[in-house]
Ligand binder design. Structure first.
Ligand code: ZN
Ligand code: ZN
Length: 275
């Protein structure tokens, strides 16, 4: 019996080894209310099944490559820190990657993404409001990506630089921050979303600044509120447990308590997974 058990155990371990593969995470995005994590396995880019969590994630990030026509891995495999791509692999529409965070002089951005129509918005994460900006075309996608519970369009602009200016101006004037930090966002996971409170706060803004219709985002694939506030785990390292759900950038799983993995921090990392 003992021998049999041992043999069985060895067999299982061998199976695990065979099914363990290493992939390079290349993107995290939302398709409506479905989170999509994609990785390059050496042959093709494929979607990673988020149903079971058994991942070993690298510390280092390397350029995710180029998606212009077909997928092309980074020819230099460059280490990246601030962005997911090196400048060589970035799309032609973003000649200066710095514009993603803070629009620059934008002399070369002509016809590129800085010159697309932008939107300044008001968003709510639970009771916490923020003012932000994004390309108008991506507004709802961006809100879902951030895990907002509600949002409203405030102003549109013709250029990313102007959107950033409007965002700062409105933030100062209304006393609403441009960011809701990690701790506050994670707090909202274990509290009931008070829609009445959000509506009241929205009305308060509506009386002082231009703001469009308030939209609620209710369809995240997670059952809220959670029984407790999740703890964030460093992205690098081992993540193993039972999947609870995803909202915004946080994947929540159960392993001796509720753990939060930041999926937006994954592109560029290598990941060993068992499947
Ligand atoms: Zn590259
Ligand atoms: Zn620019």
């Amino acid at each position: 019996m003992y021998v049999f058990k041992k043999a069985n155990k060895l067999l299982k371990e061998r199976e695990k080894l065979i099914n363990e593969s290493e992939v390079h995470v290349v993107s995290f995005s939302w398709n409506g209310f479905t989170p999509v994590l994609k990785a390059f396995d050496g042959e093709e880019v494929r979607e990673i099944d988020l149903g079971s969590i058994d991942l070993n994630i690298s510390q280092e990030k390397t350029c995710v490559g180029s998606f212009d026509d077909d997928y092309t891995p980074c020819p230099k495999g460059r280490v990246v820190i601030k962005f997911n791509q090196c400048q060589e692999c970035a799309p032609d529409s973003i000649p200066d990657l710095e514009c993603i965070f803070e629009p620059q002089e934008c002399e070369e951005c002509e016809g590129g993404f800085c010159e697309e129509e932008h939107a300044v918005y008001l968003a709510f994460h639970g009771k916490y409001p923020k003012i932000g900006m994004t390309r108008k075309e991506r507004l709802e996608e961006r809100m879902i990506e951030q895990g907002a519970d509600a949002y409203a369009l405030m102003v549109t602009t013709e250029h990313r630089v102007d959107a950033r200016e409007e965002e700062k101006g409105l933030s100062d004037r209304l006393g609403i921050p441009q960011k809701v930090g990690r701790k506050k966002k994670l707090k909202t996971f274990s509290r009931k979303i008070d829609k009445e409170l959000i509506r009241r706060k929205y009305t308060g803004v509506d009386n002082r600044a231009p703001v469009g219709k308030l939209n609620f985002l209710n369809d995240y694939p997670i059952s809220l509120p959670l029984r407790a506030e999740p703890r964030t785990r460093p992205t690098a390292g081992l993540h193993r447990g039972d999947m609870i759900g995803v909202k915004g950038k946080y994947l929540i799983y159960e392993n001796s308590g509720l753990q939060a993995l930041d999926l937006s921090d994954m592109p560029g990392r290598k990941m060993k997974l068992r499947e």
